[in-house]
Write a protein that binds this ligand. Structure first.
Ligand SMILES: [Zn+2]
Length: 132
């Protein structure tokens, strides 16, 4: 398993350092790409307007959240050669890897896949109780 690629690192710009550490560690266990980190209020407002997000109180706006996508590469590790997969079982693997990394680092996180009203498998955020 590989470390994060340059494109992933660019997408983590502005994301809280502790969450980046969790992402980096989890990437050693499960293959994924970073699809989004810090989000502007303008973009968040657009996402709410089209129904892709439910709240302007998103943790993305403050740099406390990331979205990850399971990445099935063709074996050579080059991010250009492979595909994003949305199979739920793969997000359970991703969620488990992120939780294990968070626990090892002592960084409490919340996985959107555990939400009951709106399950969001790609979404991970720092726990508001520890990171208001
Ligand atoms: Zn998200």
């Amino acid at each position: 398993m590989a470390a994060l690629l340059a494109r992933d690192r660019a997408r983590l710009a502005g994301v809280h350092r502790d969450l980046v550490r969790v992402v980096e560690r989890a990437r050693l266990a499960v293959p994924f790409i970073v699809t989004e980190g810090l989000r502007s209020r303008e973009r968040q407002a657009r996402l709410v307007a089209i129904g892709a997000s439910r709240t302007m109180d998103s943790r993305h706006v403050t740099g406390h959240a990331v979205d990850l996508a399971y990445w099935l590469d063709d074996g050579d590790g080059a991010v250009e050669q492979g595909e994003i997969r949305w199979d739920w079982s793969l997000y359970e693997q991703l969620g488990a890897a992120m939780k294990a990394a968070a626990k090892a680092l002592g960084v409490p996180i919340v996985w959107g896949g555990d939400w009951t009203s709106f399950r969001d498998g790609p979404h991970f955020e720092l726990d508001r109780r520890a990171y208001p």
